[in-house]
Design a protein around this ligand. Structure first.
Ligand code: ATP
Length: 252
């Protein structure tokens, strides 16, 4: 059974078809990457899967349940977590409290009204703090457990966001360009973190421009261009696909 199923999905912005008649499935326990040139529709697709956007048509099933009409936090409660292309860090808070926000959502989101789902009401007890510290260690940030977020380098903040997404205890983790802006060493660290996450049984969907990372880490790849499916398969299959090569070389 697939964890995520996308059927005939389309999203229009005015006259622009950002996503057009896209169908694919993601099996549990895999790392599935979505690639495509700039403007291909990758972030729009993430925003549709996480209910930030409403589809123009088509359907998305998470765990066999239609997500139509769900709010992003309801999907989080169902086990879907994500990071964003641009940093979404609370710079006025300690690093660990950024992670605690994610854990807070896991603990309370079923019961709290939306106005209480705010960083100001996060749990700060020892158990929560210890759990979030263990997540920071898991992503290689042990030395920043007592740091303020504002003191951390960019590469570490990208991993802090992964820790916060994990704090919501997802079954499906969507990562939007986790290696963007990172140097080779930092990219390798992210690569390791993603593999470790997958080893814990979390299914990962990755949008990433770093082809070395994508080709090395993915069980399956979906290539899109102009919002449409270009190719799908193993890294070797997608790399050899002439349409993918043409899209990346700008030959059409
Ligand atoms: P990149 O790799 O550069 O991040 P992408 O593959 O994530 O690009 P999207 O950001 O999803 O691509 O954009 C797909 C298309 O939809 C682009 O033509 C973009 O201009 C358009 N688009 C995206 N969001 C909106 C919006 N909110 N309003 C209007 N057009 C949008």
């Amino acid at each position: 059974m697939s964890l995520l199923k996308v059927e005939g999905l389309s999203k229009e912005f005015g006259g622009i078809h950002a996503i057009e008649d896209l169908s694919f499935t993601i099996n549990p326990g895999t790392i599935h990457s979505i690639i495509g040139p700039n403007g291909a529709g990758k972030t729009t697709l993430f925003n549709l899967i996480t209910a930030v956007y409403t589809p123009s048509c088509g359907k998305i099933l998470f765990d066999d349940k239609d997500i139509a009409g769900k709010k992003p936090y309801e999907l989080a409660a169902m086990g879907m977590s994500r990071t964003f292309q641009n940093l979404q860090i609370f710079f006025n808070m300690p690093a660990i409290e950024n992670v605690m926000v994610g854990h807070h959502l896991h603990l309370n989101r079923r019961f709290l009204p939306s106005f209480l789902r705010l960083p100001s009401v996060i749990r700060k007890d020892r158990e929560c703090r210890d759990y979030c510290a263990s997540l920071m260690e898991f992503v290689g940030l042990a030395k920043y457990v007592t740091a303020d977020a504002a003191q951390m380098p960019y590469g570490a903040l990208k991993r802090l966001e992964i820790a916060r997404a994990l704090a919501a205890k997802p079954r499906l983790l969507l990562l939007d360009e986790p290696a963007a802006g990172l140097n080779a060493t930092e990219s390798r660290e992210i690569d390791e973190v993603i593999k470790k996450v997958a080893q814990t049984g979390v299914t990962v969907v990755l949008v990433e421009h770093d082809m070395k990372m994508v080709m090395g880490i993915s069980d399956a790849i979906l290539a899109i261009d102009y919002g449409r499916k270009l190719a799908e398969g193993t890294p070797a299959e997608v790399r050899a696909n002439p349409d993918v090569v043409a899209a990346y070389l700008g030959a059409h």
